[in-house]
Design a protein around this ligand. Sequence first.
Ligand SMILES: CC(=O)N[C@H]1[C@@H](OP(=O)(O)O)O[C@H](CO)[C@@H](O)[C@@H]1O
Ligand SMILES: [Mg+2]
Length: 558
Amino acid sequence: MALPSTISAARAMAEGLPTQLIHEGVKEYPKPEAVKFTYGTAGVRTKGAILESVCYRIALISALRSKKLGGKTVGLMVTASHNPEEDNGLKAVDARGEMLESSWESHCTAAVNATNADELIAALETLISTAKINLSTPASVVYGHDTRPTCPALCKALASGLAAMGANIIDAGLKTTPQLHYLVKALNTKGTPDAYGEPTEEGYYAKLSAAYISLVSKFPPTSSPLIVDCANGVGAAALIGLKKHIGEQYLLIKAQRTDTKTPGALNSGCGADYVKTNQRLPSGYEKESSLAPGERMCSFDGDADRIVFYYLRGPASQPDSFRLLDGDKIASLAADYIVELVKKAGVELEVGCVQTAYANGSSTKYLQQRVPVTCTPTGVKHLHAAAERYDVGVYFEANGHGTVLFSESAQRTIKEAEPSSPAAEDALSQLSALVELINQTVGDAISDMLLVEVILRSRQWGAEDWDGAYEDLPNKLLKVTVKDRFAFKTEDAERKLISPVGLQAKIDNEVAKYKGARSFVRASGTEDAVRVYAECALAPELDKLATAVARLVQETDV
Ligand SMILES: CC(=O)N[C@H]1[C@@H](OP(=O)(O)O)O[C@H](CO)[C@@H](O)[C@@H]1O
Ligand SMILES: [Mg+2]
């Protein structure tokens, strides 16, 4: 029997789903017709204007997720990261601060595509029985959002779904994606021996800055500032927060592209994705000459969970002056540093590295000579899971999304080891501080930025020294629009196509014509397109290879 909406949602929960409230919610936030949503690698992502129904429904599922996890707090983040300002999206965060368990993704997809309230309730009931959820368990959900203009309306829809489920609601407001992940973990560990930190934004800055200062204070300061392109997004606010906790003697940064107010500014001609994809400076910097040769600059993406660094070898006006220090370069810098510390500390810890097929071949070769390297499919959840299998797992996508995970036993080893010398003691204390500095839940532009600064400072290196580790192979990423991207199926961590049948052989044939070449094709998980990656030893041959493979894709798609 339907319950009048005046009856508290909490009471309705005891009897089952709040069906009356869900009917009302579906009416208030109707699903746009003829749209098929997918909960994929990056949650649901599309135009912000059509996402209210998705937010309402995923909120219902989040409350169920919290119940499934015994009432632990789970998270929801409203953001479309590096995508244009009019886009938006919603990502669910699990109780330890990691991505939503993948078996729940299909339930999310079913719920957001239900065409009416009865279908939605049926989808929720399927989830409840499949996952054996006790509806009388309380629920708690924390949510945050980035700077996009559609965020307030989406958060309202989301809060309405949470209220319908009688969940405890924590509105964290404007946050970077990694801050939201941090909050989830901190809320769930508060008051336990594993407390991750104060569950507030200030707590986040306090944790990072204390670790950072303890690591850099014994090294001489670097003379040049780090210039930070904040993509005109939420990272700008986070940098202001961070700077309040770290004095300029420790971290000299110049925050730029911090305009979160001008419509259309977000990610426009700037940000990590623009810089990585175009392999050039944010627009305007060629003219501004505000970046002197050798000076370090970095770019965040729109929700500050990715970072790439770069510098100029010569005048800004010359395109070949630009040198990118991407996720692969960060991974090698971090892996080398940690391997060295582990050796100095005299502890037995296996340091491994996780990449995807998009990692530059030179980086893979460089890393394989030093540490075990795993290749996983694209998407942070895959890299994260593989990194958890090492004592210390360094994972980065080439685009700058990544972090370093220290397993529980590694953390214990570091804490309990008896140093055999003052040098070992110092290495152990540096490792302990790194565990605090590096976001253990997800890739984090701010935490990764601090990590790079620590390493450069400890080595007294500039950008050019860091860049010297290996030379990237010339590479190119193309996007091909096809009729049905799902026809493109892969194996071997996406490095080989198994469908359309015969296409891989043709690609192999093409690749064999070029020196030191590699190319692969896969369907994007976030865009309606197929991506073509190509790299080869000789720069003048690159365009020819990439275009030839893209043409093979187009010819197959008939
Ligand atoms: C080549 C590339 O950069 N792919 C990105 C992109 O995935 P696609 O599945 O390629 O669309 O978005 C993902 C989510 O943000 C990110 O994890 C991944 O690295
Ligand atoms: Mg992002």
